[in-house]
Design a protein around this ligand. Structure first.
Ligand code: ATP
Length: 147
């Protein structure tokens, strides 16, 4: 039996299901949670959530939030969250470029903090989007493998 995982943003419910293992970007590093984990409440960093169920692995980009862990359930309230296959790569590249340009102009401290966070979000989105492409290469569809 796995652990129930709910991932919601202010806009939508992104994930609701049972998984064998979920790894989350805690502020002190990536944490792995399975059924039976001790209860905890933690803030989340900008990072990747990885959901494992049997041989299936799903990748999600989150930009911070909170997680509540109970022995049978993980609830994530994320600021923003996108599945790997939903990420608009051109948009993330444009956001990365804007953040890089802004940081190169030596902005005042408050703007620097904002742009550093934008840079981390866009880099993360590009990383998570590339995982989708890796998975597609590793696991061709029936049609592709027959071609
Ligand atoms: P941008 O400058 O491109 O808006 P951002 O990092 O400022 O990027 P956020 O404020 O983190 O964007 O997110 C705003 C909304 O847009 C959220 O719903 C988020 O899920 C979505 N979003 C942001 N970037 C992307 C992307 N590259 N692909 C898909 N959805 C995205």
């Amino acid at each position: 039996m796995g652990i129930q995982v709910e991932i919601v943003t202010p806009e939508r419910r992104l994930v609701s299901g049972e998984f064998d293992l979920v790894t989350l970007p805690g502020v002190d590093g990536q944490m792995g949670i399975m059924r039976g984990h001790a209860p905890l409440l933690s803030t989340l960093d900008i990072g990747e959530i990885i959901l494992h169920a049997g041989s299936d692995t799903q990748y999600i980009a989150v930009s911070g939030g909170v997680v509540e862990v109970r022995p049978d359930k993980v609830t994530v309230l994320a600021d923003t969250a996108e599945r790997a296959e939903e990420i608009d790569v051109e948009r993330a590249q444009a956001a990365l470029e804007r953040a890089r340009q802004s940081l190169a102009e030596n902005p005042p401290p408050q703007r620097r903090v904002v742009m550093e966070a934008a840079l981390r979000r866009s880099s993360l989105r590009l990383k998570v989007a590339s995982r989708r492409r890796m998975r597609q290469r590793q696991a061709p569809t029936f049609e592709e493998s027959e071609a």
